[in-house]
Design a protein around this ligand. Structure first.
Ligand SMILES: NC(=O)c1ccc[n+]([C@@H]2O[C@H](COP(=O)([O-])OP(=O)(O)OC[C@H]3O[C@@H](n4cnc5c(N)ncnc54)[C@H](OP(=O)(O)O)[C@@H]3O)[C@@H](O)[C@H]2O)c1
Length: 363
């Protein structure tokens, strides 16, 4: 088989760790000898030892002259990481094939240098784009110290996110909603605005598929969230966060009550227009090891992310319905003419249930 085929298998293996390995990257590793896979492993927790070491330990045969395939540069030699390159040498691995180089500004490339020095044959950049896409959360965090942000929107054909009464259940089909639950199980956190919490009463958990719940973040500039709200009452995992303005630091009684209920509070700066500064929020999320964020609405929150160019991608689920009137996907973006419109490239279009799913990135 070709190197590409084995790296593809490494990618598929690595995907099994989705939602479980953050802040580490997804890793799949294979050992191949005489065109036969003799050992394989994938990262399943952030703390376990190097995936390549596990693949070597799992090997059913002698690893002498075997080829190691991995989607990302092995053990990046960050402080605390075990150095698996020495073991590659001891195991007499003949060749190493790597999908993507680790982008870490300080440690990335260090393992590659060491492999080259050891005399082991090396090939880099096989299915590089696919390997990059697989670890887009990790790569964004490593290079910018900010989380990867996806805006997830459900709209009608005429761009409405809710009917005139504010009801958005359900614009899209159960298949689309199941897919969103799958996304929730992969992202570190989901975020909604306080109005959405008030109107939709969302649970922001994973129910339609198997998977772990993400952290649940509410943008609530004025700290209006009531302590008897269902999101607070059902916060057994203590993964609920309220992001509020710094000016609320003095509201000790309310803050103590929320603290008793296990709610985490993130204080963020306000901008001159009184809105929470989303750039400051992103820095604070990074400090809390939140490396991927799924923003689920509503319209004002989407608009502020777009205006501040904070999103990495936009996922629009389009339910094939017209509403005529209702709540628009975005409020005033301040665009005066088509030349000034926020422009996007379409990455993918899929049909999901009866809906269309469009994946967009900013041009
Ligand atoms: N179809 C969909 O995809 C979808 C998804 C979610 C919700 N919805 C619908 O959307 C409607 C709610 O949307 P909405 O636009 O009224 O409210 P929203 O975007 O859910 O929430 C706005 C709230 O967030 C607060 N906020 C704090 N910081 C903010 C910031 N930097 N930028 C923007 N908001 C910030 C606002 O506070 P301030 O007022 O103090 O600025 C306001 O209370 C509901 O009808 C819901 O059903 C649809």
């Amino acid at each position: 088989m070709l190197d590409e085929s084995y790296i593809q298998i490494a990618i598929e293996l690595a995907k099994k760790g989705k939602g479980k390995v953050s802040p580490k990257p997804l890793v799949g590793a294979l050992l191949v000898k005489n065109d036969k896979i003799i050992g394989a492993a994938y990262r399943n927790t952030p703390t376990e030892e190097s995936t390549e070491l596990i693949a070597i330990k799992n090997s059913k045969e002698s690893t002498e002259d075997a080829v190691l395939y991995t989607n990302i540069e092995p053990c990046t030699l960050e402080p605390g990481d075990s150095d698996c390159i020495d073991l590659l040498v001891q195991s007499k691995i003949k060749r190493v094939v790597i999908g993507s180089v680790n982008p870490h500004p300080q440690f990335g490339g260090s393992a590659i240098k060491k492999i080259k020095k050891s005399g082991i044959e090396l090939k880099i950049g096989v299915l590089e784009k696919e390997c990059y896409e697989l670890n887009k959360f990790y790569f964004k965090q490593q290079t910018t110290l900010l989380p990867y942000v996806t805006l997830k929107m459900a709209v009608t054909l005429d761009g409405k996110i809710a009917d005139p009464e504010g009801n958005s259940k359900w614009i899209t089909s159960v298949e689309s909603r199941s897919f969103v639950h799958e996304l929730r199980s992969e992202y570190d956190a989901v975020l909604v605005g306080f109005n959405t919490v008030k109107i939709d009463q969302p649970r922001l958990t994973v129910r339609l598929v198997e998977g772990r719940n993400p952290k649940r973040l509410i943008l609530d500039a004025d700290l209006q969230m009531k302590h008897n709200h269902d999101l607070i009452k059902n916060n057994c995992d203590k993964n609920l966060f309220i992001i509020t303005s710094k000016k609320n630091k003095t509201r000790k009684k309310k803050l103590n009550k929320l603290d008793e209920m296990g709610v985490n509070i993130i204080f963020a700066s306000e901008k001159k227009n009184g809105k929470i500064d989303l750039a400051d929020v992103m820095k604070k999320l990074n400090q809390r090891n939140i490396n991927s964020l799924l923003v689920e609405g509503g319209g004002r929150v989407f608009s502020d992310f777009l205006k501040n160019k904070i999103e990495d991608e936009v996922l629009i689920f389009i339910g094939p319905k017209f509403l005529g009137s209702g709540i628009s996907l975005t409020d005033n973006l301040g665009v005066k003419n088509l030349q000034k419109a926020y422009k996007y490239s379409i990455r993918d279009i899929d049909k999901i249930g009866e809906d269309a799913l469009i994946r967009l990135v900013r041009r």
